[in-house]
Design a protein around this ligand. Structure first.
Ligand code: ATP
Length: 234
């Protein structure tokens, strides 16, 4: 099999003196959607932050398309095609939808045009002159994803994109992720909503205590449901 787009081995990461990741191993192949699951506080968000380089104290291996990402400083991560949508969505509230879309620089080849983005997110086109503050939670989440697509991202890191959203919006975000997958996007997702994750993910990794315990394909999800419900208390 070809080298995965993202290859993580023995990843350790710290918040100051606090050791949060204890040897995370995972692979994400080009075009796959992979979901991290696990109880609160086991290190899912920290894994995304460490891959992005937001946590400067890291050891182990992170390779993206063969590039050693531990040598790449945060301000250069996007140039290698990694985009991170944090749980808090990080859009510019005082700017309009369109200004939010135009602001991030195109740093890598292959980014979508604003016209392409509006085709994928027609509701953002309708809201293009609205300020970030006027958007619903679902529209903010869509904008947070959309604004990264222009930059030429190859690997999208998404932290709980469905958190706090109504079922109809969750469904819409699921459709968008399926559409992005058809366009070849690679996604590493943190998600607690299994029904949503089952629709978009190819594989899952179960995390505990700052490590990946186990990995399984989406086809094995039904057989794993009892064990997961018990482990995760969901
Ligand atoms: P959740 O779903 O609650 O976000 P998670 O699996 O994403 O859970 P992380 O947020 O990655 O977990 O947290 C992993 C560990 O790192 C936890 O022990 C948490 O308390 C700690 N931690 C997270 N953020 C910080 C921070 N900014 N400073 C110090 N410790 C942190």
């Amino acid at each position: 099999m070809a080298e995965p787009l993202l290859h993580v081995r023995g990843l350790n990461a710290w918040y100051g003196e606090s050791h949060a990741l204890h040897g995370v191993d995972l692979d994400v192949h080009a075009g796959e959607t992979v979901t991290l699951v696990g109880r609160n506080g086991v290190g899912k968000t920290t894994t995304l932050r460490a891959i992005m380089g937001i946590l400067p104290r890291r050891t182990g291996t992170i390779r993206l398309g063969g590039q050693d990402m531990l040598r790449v400083p945060l301000h250069r991560t996007a140039h290698h095609g990694v985009g991170f949508v944090p749980e808090e969505r990080a859009i510019f509230a005082s700017l309009t939808v369109e200004e939010n879309l135009l602001l991030p620089p195109v740093v890598a080849p292959g980014g979508m045009s604003v016209a392409d983005i509006y085709r994928l997110f027609p509701n953002l086109r309708e809201r293009r002159t609205s300020a970030g503050t006027q958007l619903s939670g679902g529209e903010q989440q869509m904008l947070a994803i959309a604004r990264i697509l222009r930059s030429g991202v190859k690997l999208l890191l998404l932290d709980e994109p469905t958190e706090g959203l109504a079922p109809v919006i969750v469904q819409r975000i699921g459709e968008i992720l399926v559409d992005l997958k058809k366009r070849g996007m690679t996604v590493l997702l943190v998600e607690q909503n299994f029904r949503f994750a089952a629709k978009v993910a190819d594989r899952f990794y179960l995390m505990d205590h700052g490590r990946v315990l186990d990995g399984f394909a989406v086809a094995d999800l039904p057989a794993r449901m009892n064990q997961l419900t018990e482990t995760l208390g969901v």
